[in-house]
Write a protein that binds this ligand. Structure first.
Ligand SMILES: Nc1ncnc2c1ncn2[C@@H]1O[C@H](COP(=O)(O)OP(=O)(O)OP(=O)(O)O)[C@@H](O)[C@H]1O
Length: 220
């Protein structure tokens, strides 16, 4: 369970990106996060995943305050999460398999074991035959599926995806939703920012709306 209490992030400016957000996300939930551009969705994701520290308030996971983890605990904490963020594109000069392997290699998994897991992850997203190609030769939908493989290759318990179907045609977007649904069915908590709510209507269990950094709607 992830719990945000009075969570706030003020960037220099000052910009109040997130203001007093109280939110509890039970393990295994499929949560949609909606809101206009600049509403604070990405900021919320970065705080939950331990990529940024709150200005005030707390994020805790299973009752442990993330701010108290310290340098030793934070890398382990971050490995709970699989991130599909728009500011982390695939590296164009590395093959698809090398891109997907990166989080494992950075975590110290031996190469051989890492690439065995990469092969499994690419198979799950239907890209087994494209492992040795460079990302720019893939379609937009295939690149997004590779990004999902990279996010799940270390078997995270939570997947956070920022607009995972943006700029995809309908068939590719539907395929991305099908994949996320399959990971959710396997027990992964899903936190998805989207403007494409209709696409997720059959799988989402809850929808929250952020506006100007505040949580303004919460519906199950
Ligand atoms: N590193 C930063 N420094 C300063 N301001 C920032 C920073 N990151 C975000 N902001 C500001 O915080 C606010 C919330 O941004 P955020 O990216 O969280 O919104 P968002 O809902 O994800 O938007 P989008 O849908 O466009 O991605 C915006 O006003 C943004 O300009």
């Amino acid at each position: 369970m992830i719990r945000c209490e009075k969570l706030a992030k003020i960037y220099p400016g000052p910009v109040a990106a997130l203001v007093d957000v109280d939110l509890t996300i039970p393990a295994g939930q499929f949560l949609l996060v909606c809101g206009h551009s600049g509403a604070g969705k990405t900021t919320l994701f970065r705080l939950i995943a331990g990529l940024e520290t709150p200005t005030s308030g707390t994020v805790s996971v299973n009752e442990h305050d993330v701010a108290r983890l310290g340098r030793g605990g934070l890398p382990y904490y971050r490995r709970r999460f699989g991130l599909v963020l728009s500011d982390a594109p695939l590296l164009p000069q590395r093959t698809v398999a090398e891109n997907v392997a990166l989080p494992l290699l950075l975590a110290g998994v031996p190469r051989r074991q890492a690439f065995e897991r990469v092969a499994l992850a690419l198979e799950r997203v239907g890209l087994a035959g494209r492992a040795h190609e460079l990302p720019p030769t893939l379609s937009g939908g295939e690149q997004q599926r590779a990004a999902i493989a990279r996010a799940v290759v270390h078997r995270p318990s939570v997947v956070i995806a920022d607009e995972p179907t943006a700029q995809l045609d309908h068939d590719s977007a539907t395929e991305v939703v099908r994949l996320l649904r399959a990971f959710h069915a396997a027990g992964v908590t899903m936190i998805i920012a989207t403007h494409d709510e209709a696409l997720f209507s059959s799988v989402a269990q809850r929808r929250i709306v952020l506006a100007h950094g505040r949580l303004v709607e919460d519906a199950r």
